[in-house]
Design a protein around this ligand. Structure first.
Ligand code: NAD
Length: 338
């Protein structure tokens, strides 16, 4: 029997990259039934809520979701629905692989995985203004929350991921030299957990800013990287840049009871409605979802067809210096499956 999964097309370029992805996954023999649900601005327009109860109930029932990008209003309006979903389902591990699929870029054969803590740090959303005199916004304060529990489970996840995926090394990136309490606790827990894996997985810790530089100078010295929430948010975009840009980078948000797969990129308002977004990241998120469901064969077929299409360089979207539309790229990948 096919596995029912929740499908959220999302905002901006979301619906177009989702349509292309669904076409390709179906053609690859993915044994899934899609249960389409609303979230984000698309949901506000229809049901006046950015995160309808029905969508939450669907994810709770199916436990697996493929999600397009959701727009978050900047500075004002509702808080990030992505953050809300991660909190609601305690999706504590954000797995972001950066893998070269197309040769000829700045780097060849990149194969890195960033594991980002997804529920704590500065993204807990505890922030406020501090008024002084007549200025109600004289200052603003955000809380960076790191718990021993949260640090331990994400570092353990990174080591277990490394073991189960045949990886050799885990690098913990931090800023414990300056943020001695929050980042210090994260590092302390990391060092403790790493000892349990000594002899099986190599381990090192590095300062986050130097890690960013080293990733650009020589990314091959890294393998699996683990860090707290905001550092992971920033460095995973940097890593996407190593393999051709945001259009090429997928992510999985994994918790004990549910998993949501999505592209790393956002809703790209500059491309919305133009039909020229690159659906590769969304298709790769679909592959991660299939692997999570144990449907390795269909996933491998999609990955190979994507590789063939990208290397052929006949049908590329404008971000990869081509002239193809999202739909044309999707059709080319579907043809390559045959
Ligand atoms: P973005 O990722 O949407 O876009 C950044 C740049 O990358 C833009 O130039 C865009 O055109 C390009 N780009 C992104 N995806 C692409 C694709 N598939 N093909 C080709 N080019 C692509 O980031 P942003 O502009 O900072 O954010 C836009 C909105 O998305 C915001 O509301 C933000 O909050 C939201 N966002 C959502 C998620 C998510 O749903 N997980 C992640 C990041 C940002």
């Amino acid at each position: 029997m096919a596995t029912t999964i929740t499908l959220i097309p999302g905002d901006g370029i979301g619906p177009s990259i989702t349509a292309a992805t669904r076409q390709v996954l179906d053609a690859a023999g993915a044994d899934v039934e899609w249960e389409e649900q609303l979230a984000g601005v698309a949901a506000v327009d229809v049901v006046h809520s950015p995160l309808p109860d029905e969508t939450l109930a669907s994810i709770r029932r199916n436990r697996v979701c493929l999600k397009g990008p959701l727009t978050t209003p900047v500075g004002v309006g509702f808080r990030s629905i992505n953050v809300a979903l991660r909190k609601e389902f305690d999706l504590y591990a954000n797995v972001r692989p950066a893998l070269t699929l197309m040769s000829g870029g700045r780097y060849q054969d990149i194969d890195l995985v960033l594991i980002r803590e997804n529920t704590e740090g500065l993204y807990v959303g505890v922030e406020h203004y501090i008024g002084m005199g007549s200025d109600p916004k004289a200052a603003a304060e955000s809380v960076m929350l790191i718990t021993r529990y949260g640090a331990e489970r994400i570092v353990r996840y990174a080591f277990e991921y490394a073991l189960s995926h045949g990886r050799r090394k885990v690098t913990l990136a931090h800023k414990a030299n300056i943020l001695k309490y929050t980042q210090g606790l994260f590092l302390e827990e990391g060092n403790r957990i790493a000892k349990e894996y000594a002899g099986r997985i190599e381990y090192e810790d590095r300062i986050i800013d130097a890690t960013a530089m080293h990733l650009v100078l020589n990314p091959y010295q890294f393998d699996v990287l683990v860090m707290e929430n905001m550092f992971g948010d920033i460095l995973s975009d940097l890593m996407a840049g190593l393999v051709g840009g945001l259009g090429m980078a997928p992510g999985g948000n994994i918790g004990g009871d549910a998993a949501i797969f999505e592209p790393v990129h956002g809703s790209a308002p500059d491309l919305a409605g133009k039909g020229i977004a690159n659906p590769t990241a969304m298709m790769l998120a679909g592959c991660m979802m299939l692997e999570h469901l144990g449907q390795q064969e269909a996933s491998t077929r999609v990955r190979q067809a994507l590789g063939t299409t990208l290397e052929a360089r006949q049908t590329l979207t404008p971000d990869l210096h081509g002239t193809a539309t999202t739909a044309e790229f999707g059709e080319a990948v579907a043809r390559a499956l045959k």
